[in-house]
Write a protein that binds this ligand. Structure first.
Ligand SMILES: [Zn+2]
Length: 230
């Protein structure tokens, strides 16, 4: 008999049939049985996964999106010099010297990485990750450490990647006044990066980048799933 009101969906790995467990907000799932990664939109679709920095003891593998994209900059205006104080800025303005520089159109290929789990720092974390090099490491079959699911789905990926690309432009050594850019996504995959919970933050192994627990919506659940008692 079918119930009118109740439908229970058990998510199973389309590859091996293993149950996929996760937090209630998860839409990125990792199968601990066969090692495949699946993203839920209208249905589960497989997505490639890479592993990196899982060597520390106490590591929790957190999911990030790794987006290979062309960043096309249509218009970029920067200020030529730093304005160290508001007064100096005011004086400069009154002198009326033109100090804005407009760069010509530019297009370049970038790898944009940002958290696939819900955090209030998703864009700034992406900018911090920009200079890091994450080389793929290979796991032996059947030896998957706990990997946390993600809640940032495919439909949000290109928008967030665009936000990170803008953040990267802001961070450059000149002083950005205006930017108009667009990104074209060529491919994307999940990057499981080893992170270690330390002093109220997830520290990304091998870096100084920390994501405070207070900025991560599901921090307690993530810690519990990673074997930490909160
Ligand atoms: Zn599986």
């Amino acid at each position: 008999m079918q119930s009118k009101f109740l439908s229970i969906t058990v998510l199973r790995c389309p590859n091996c049939g293993n149950d996929l467990d996760g937090l209630s907000t998860d839409i990125v799932f990792f199968c601990n049985e066969c090692g495949r990664c699946q993203v839920y939109g209208d249905e589960l679709v497989p997505v490639e996964i890479e592993f990196t920095r899982f060597d520390d003891s106490g590591t929790i593998l957190l999911p990030f999106w790794k987006v290979d994209a062309t960043v096309e900059i249509f218009r970029r205006i920067s200020r030529g010099e730093s304005r160290t104080t508001p007064i100096a800025g005011q004086r400069k303005f009154q002198e009326g010297k033109p100090d804005h520089v407009e760069s010509s159109k530019e297009s370049r290929r970038e790898l944009i990485i940002f958290p696939a789990f819900s955090t209030s720092l998703v864009l700034s974390t992406g900018v911090m990750l920009h200079e890091e090099e994450f080389l793929q490491e290979f796991l032996q079959f059947g030896k998957y450490p706990p990997i946390i699911g993600g809640s940032v789905g495919l439909e949000d990926v290109s928008k967030i990647a665009e936000g990170v690309a803008v953040g990267i432009e802001v961070q450059r050594s000149d002083y950005l006044a205006f930017i108009d850019l667009n990104i074209e996504v060529h491919s994307l995959k999940v990057l499981a990066i080893g992170c270690t919970p330390k002093k109220h933050a997830f520290r990304i192994n091998g870096t100084d980048i920390k994501i405070p627990f207070t900025a991560v919506e599901d921090a307690n659940d993530i810690l519990n799933r990673g074997g930490y008692n909160v």
